[in-house]
Design a protein around this ligand. Structure first.
Ligand SMILES: Nc1ncnc2c1ncn2[C@@H]1O[C@H](COP(=O)(O)OP(=O)(O)OP(=O)(O)O)[C@@H](O)[C@H]1O
Length: 251
């Protein structure tokens, strides 16, 4: 369960007189739900994801994620949540796919290390990276790098998965694969927050939508309850909604 109350955050170095990056953000998400977070560039999506990941500490308000009360429990929240950044190059730390997937694994000669290696190999296979196991990460394609980051995040078995613009730059087959992964996570009961500019690839899977505009929360609720009002905040409603006020499956 995520419960945010009156969240406010200003990035260090923000010029005086500039509004906070986030202000008055207040929502709750039940366990296992998928929250679609949207807003135009600079609306505060990444800032909110960083608060939810425990990477930033709110300057106002409170955030409770699965019993981790913030401000205060950011370190525990960092262990609970996994954030997959928009820019995979900022996230990959291993020199090769194998190294990246085994960064936090116990030594290979221990039983735990052997189990971690098996899990990493299984994840590489599931994410279409088996053939790239020993490839240097810089040789991966854009989509493969993003899959590697997602695979590494899921290997940590997070209680909350945060994805920053996961669909941007993906071709159609890769977007379908990502949807499949989101659906499997959902079936497994994982709580997910997915930020997007374009609603189309995720809105049919979303339980809730949160729209930010200029750092303020302007809309929150089930998609059908908010889609009539998203255009005023720079978000294009799905075509099926514009045509028939319906949310249809993506494929
Ligand atoms: N590290 C930072 N230092 C100073 N200001 C920042 C920092 N990160 C973000 N901001 C500012 O905070 C505001 C919200 O930015 P944020 O990145 O959260 O928006 P966003 O909705 O994720 O944007 P985008 O869709 O472009 O990724 C913007 O005005 C941005 O300039």
């Amino acid at each position: 369960m995520i419960v945010a109350k009156g969240l406010r955050y200003t990035h260090p170095g923000t010029p005086a007189g500039t509004p906070p990056a986030l202000d008055g953000v207040e929502f709750s998400v039940p366990p296992g739900a998928l929250l679609c977070l949207c807003g135009v560039n600079g609306s505060g999506k990444s800032t909110l994801l960083q608060l939810l990941a425990g990477l930033l500490r709110a300057e106002g308000g409170t955030l409770d994620v699965a019993g981790h009360h913030c401000p205060g429990a950011e370190a525990a929240l960092r262990r609970h949540a996994a954030l997959v950044l928009q820019d995979a190059d900022m996230q990959m730390l291993g020199a090769t796919v194998a190294e990246d997937l085994l960064l936090t694994a116990p030594p290979a000669h221990t039983p735990q290390g052997a189990a971690a290696l098996a899990a990493a190999r299984e994840a590489a296979g599931r994410f279409g990276l088996a053939a790239h196991w020993d490839s240097p990460v810089h040789t991966l394609s854009y989509g493969q790098k993003r899959k590697l980051c997602l695979a590494a995040a899921l290997l940590a078995a997070p209680g909350l998965l945060l994805l920053d613009e996961p669909f941007s730059g993906l071709d159609h087959p890769a977007a379908l694969e990502l949807r499949d992964i989101l659906a499997r996570n959902r079936a497994a009961g994982l709580t997910q927050v997915v930020s997007v500019h374009e609603l189309e690839p995720v809105v049919d899977m979303a339980d809730l939508m949160l729209v930010l505009d200029g750092g303020r929360q302007v809309l929150f609720g089930p998609p059908a309850a908010v889609l009539d009002r998203v255009r005023a905040h720079g978000i294009r409603p799905p075509c099926s909604w514009t045509a028939r006020r319906e949310i249809v499956p993506y494929e």
